[in-house]
Design a protein around this ligand. Sequence first.
Ligand code: PMP
Length: 449
Amino acid sequence: MTEGPAPIEQQRILRTAIPGPRSAELHRRKASAVSAGVGVGLPVYIERAGGGVLVDVDGNQLIDFGSGIAVTTVGNAAPRVVERIQAQAADFTHTCFMVTPYEEYLAVCEALNELTPGSGEKRSALFNSGAEAVENAVKVARSYTGRQAVVAFDHAYHGRTNLTMALTAKNMPYKHRFGPFASEIYRVPMAYPFRWPTGPENCADEAFEQFTSLVHAQIGEDNTAAVLLEPIQGEGGFIVPAPGFVRRMADWCAEHGILFIADEVQTGFCRTGDWFACEFEDVAPDLITTAKGIAGGLPLSGLTGRAEVMDSVHSGGLGGTYGGNPVACAAALGSIETMKAENLNARAKQIEALCVPRLQQLAAKYEQIGDIRGRGAMLAIEMVAGAGDLSPNSVLTGKVNVYCHSQGLVTLTAGTYGNVLRLLPPLAIGDELLNEGLDILEQAFATAL
Ligand code: PMP
């Protein structure tokens, strides 16, 4: 095994303005080489990364509160992940599992079957991206039930392929001018406590009532193959469904022979303090999609479900050239090993315990902070116009985000109205960097308001 570079010191260092001159130069090159359709949130070009730090081409060290959108849960270039990738890449890089299979694919499926909620027999299949896992969940659900309709929620995000664009709620930037979209997709209101018209206390009951009556009146239970829900919505703004909603919805689906698909692409693998966010409501979905955190940064996704459902598809019906690539599988095994060895579920809970009181303090100080929510290391601040006026404040969100970037803190925004700042630190981040990041966030509000 080749010796890797020395570990990156877990420290924020600013040597230039952000972005620095070399990043700016590369960004000019981007404009002439890369499609303008591919946007960049913070045009700082990264050279190395580890733990909770990103090192850019100008030698700046940034604090990472984004994990490449919830991917590097185990930390960037995590040692067990790197070791397994290197060993696997030296052995073989590809055969195509559908042509001549290999054990690593089996080991990842076995881990998924064991770790996902539900005690019954399960099966999995591997793909490359979250969107592809969702596409396949819909394929399996339609094949198993013989029904076509799929129900998705307001504020949902499921990807950018044609079917997943149809499932995604937000027009700009995901769907604008990209239609027509796949058919037999229906949308229902999300149990969004902060914005529920009659107040959060009524949210679970009323959202459940609206959901069941819409499915009954507009689709028909017997035509409905599946209901697809992110147990905490990601791109939609880290919306935590009102307590009890997921449980009731899953039970109702089961009564009507409708499959409940949990999209845990963003929430899965320790992010919320559990292996999967559904565990919080003690719900075992029929099908569950995973990606992002599963493989420490390599492209890999999974679809896991009850054996009876997953085995109902004809042989050859699922697959793809690269799905479950051996190097990506090796990375997943290293990533899962790290999560267990370092008890990253507990770490996510510690991060919540450290961050939430500080975010609550901020909320008490600024009336423009409408809501603090999330679970584990998936936390968000929703910004509004002011006390009593919940109009989304995307301008303030943008200002706070830009200030954080200028100080070397990588933050992300989210939300249908662009008014949510989300925190998704790698679980490998230390308390010092977390606190320093929160200090910067505090300064950001003080500067912006
Ligand atoms: N589902 C959810 C819940 C997601 O958060 C995402 C990505 N943000 C996707 C699906 C799509 O994943 P990918 O970008 O890997 O296709």
